[in-house]
Design a protein around this ligand. Structure first.
Ligand code: FAD
Ligand code: SIN
Length: 518
């Protein structure tokens, strides 16, 4: 198959890019499950953007850099935040609605680290509505071919033509991707002038996570194997408040917007502890709130803390947080009458495939947008609700940049078909699934909110062992999504641990007890 653009991933980043690119070109979206299975679908709080006085661009820029501990690229932060209102208008023009107050003004939520209310939202299901609106649009676009249950395995470069490709070489080129057509169980080659990785996050490599199963870091691993640069991989954001339920995956998120509306954290014994950790209390940055909860749980030996929203007007809870109210009720908690048991969970990766201001990776004709990318916006920590924003801004920038030279790119017809010689169907899928669980436990137990050199080194050894065993299986086994996900997850875990071991200071989301100076 041959297209102008190949977009891998169908969350907000991939769909926004495809809609723009399809105005002038033929676009193929491949997505490994059904089109709506994405992190985007689960987003609750909303999208941050400066909307009205007394907010201004400068405040949003400074909030973003403060939360990112200055490791952000200032020029990227300024560009994204100044572009935000235009990109929000794109969404609105495509049919996305955001809640308004009785006067017809946008109803803006306030979340941790924001100095002003600036989070546009649709109830507490913003992502669900965005995903549905964009999905409808791409499905009705004649220039877009959607391939669901198509799992991208590798991006194609000169390596597949037999040339030696090394990280750092300036002339690596991407020609498309090998993709597993899961339902027909065959591997196809999709050639494209431009390939866009929009494969989302990595949360599912942790056992306790807000992310759905698709979030296994495939795009990051594929690009790393293709010798692209990755950056900031140690900065994993743990969301402080997810509904405590050890047997349910993904963990159900209790949006920060509920804390923005006044919900308070306390121990099971009723002690309101956030005042001991930060003067901003419940609306301190997420890393601070998550570490505070972690330390309270270690001190008390309890399995969860409580988030108390019982003092908030019941009508407000039911109108602004209907989904949280409903999901908690299903789990046995009427949040207007009793506090919610909560624990932190792996939520978001700030690092990823390194890109420039256009979303271009270090490989030519290859872009990375959305959560899989490291653009420099977030630095050492992400300001709440800045990620949907980053995705729509970089989808736009990547389109504008790529359209300026796509006509000069020639499709490479010499790319060979996928070589399956010497492989057979896996005898025991259970081994692959168990290795995956093992990896999730290693990451949750040793590479979590609080790290130590001992735990990181132990996890590195364990991940190496899994790597060796998995590569052996991979060499002789036919491709399956589970095997590819395991391989990708191991690759991403390795990068997170390596980056964490190399970071010698505690900053933002990275906290290693051995870095604490006596
Ligand atoms: P995703 O939406 O995750 O889409 C990735 C796509 O890639 C999926 O379609 C997936 O199937 C596909 N894919 C992955 N690997 C492959 C492969 N190998 N082959 C083919 N397809 C593949 N951010 C905010 O800004 N505001 C919020 O309120 C907010 N709330 C959140 C709440 C929750 C519970 C979660 C989990 C995240 C939240 N976030 C929020 C973060 C935000 O949702 C994500 O960062 C954002 O949606 C990522 O969009 P994306 O398009 O990059 O990736
Ligand atoms: C939330 O609603 O708390 C999640 C927001 C985000 O991850 O940006």
């Amino acid at each position: 198959m041959i297209f102008d653009y190949l977009v891998i991933g169908s969350g907000i980043a991939g769909l926004c890019f495809a809609l723009k690119a399809a105005e002038k070109s033929k676009v193929c979206i491949v997505t490994k499950k059904s089109i709506s299975e994405s992190n985007t679908y689960f987003a609750q709080g909303g999208i941050a953007s400066v909307i009205r006085f007394p907010d201004n661009f400068n405040k949003h820029i400074e909030d973003t850099i403060k939360i990112g501990c200055g490791l952000n690229r200032r020029e990227i932060v300024e560009m994204v935040i100044k572009q935000a209102p235009e990109r929000i208008n794109d969404l609105i023009n495509w049919g996305v609605c955001f809640d308004k107050d009785e006067k017809g003004n946008f109803d803006l939520n306030k979340e941790g680290g924001h100095s002003e209310p600036r989070v546009l939202h649709y109830k507490d299901k913003t992502g669900y509505y965005i995903q549905n609106v964009l999905t409808e649009r791409v499905k009705n676009n004649p220039n877009i071919t959607i391939l669901e249950y198509h799992f991208a395995i590798e991006v194609i470069t000169q390596h597949h033509l037999g040339y030696k490709v090394k990280r750092g070489m300036p002339d690596i080129e991407c020609y498309g991707a090998y993709v597993h057509d899961v339902l027909n169980n065959k591997i196809i080659k999709i050639l494209a002038k431009i390939t866009v990785i929009a494969t989302g996050g990595i949360g599912n490599i942790y056992y306790v996570t807000t992310n759905p199963e698709i979030a296994t870091g495939d795009g990051i691993a594929m690009c790393y194997r293709a010798k692209a640069e990755c950056a900031d991989m140690e900065f994993i954001q743990f969301h402080p408040t997810t509904l405590y339920n050890p047997v349910k995956r993904p963990a159900f998120l209790i949006s920060e917007a509920l804390r923005g509306a006044g919900a308070k954290l306390k121990t099971i014994d009723g002690y309101y502890f956030m005042k001991d950790y930060d003067s901003r209390e419940e609306l301190a940055p997420r890393d601070i709130v998550a570490r505070a909860i972690d330390s309270v749980l270690k001190k008390t030996g309890d399995e969860y803390v409580l988030l108390d929203a019982t003092h908030i007007d019941e009508r407000l809870i039911k109108s602004k947080f209907p989904n949280i109210f409903k999901e908690c009720l299903k789990a046995g908690y009427n949040i207007t009458k009793e506090p919610i048991p909560v624990v932190p969970a792996a939520h978001y990766i700030c690092g990823g495939i390194k890109t420039d201001e256009h979303g271009k990776t270090t490989i030519n004709n290859l872009y990375a947008i959305g959560e899989c990318a490291c653009t420099g916006l977030h630095g050492a920590n992400r300001l709440a609700s800045n990620s949907l924003l980053e995705a729509i801004v970089f989808a736009h920038n990547a389109f504008i940049h790529s359209i300026s030279y796509i006509d000069k790119i020639k499709i490479n017809y010499k790319i060979p078909d996928w070589n399956e010689e010497g492989t057979s169907f896996p005898k025991e899928m259970i081994i692959i699934k168990n290795y995956f669980k093992e990896l999730q436990m290693i990451m949750s137990n040793y590479v979590g909110i609080i790290r130590s050199n001992e735990r990181l080194n132990l996890s590195l050894n364990k991940v190496n062992e899994l790597y060796i065993k998995t590569e052996e299986i991979y060499k002789k086994t036919k491709i399956s999504p589970h095997l590819c996900e395991l391989r990708n997850a191991i690759n991403v875990a390795y990068l997170i641990i390596k980056f964490a071991l190399n970071r010698k200071e505690n900053i933002g989301l990275h906290y290693n007890i051995d870095n604490v100076k006596n």
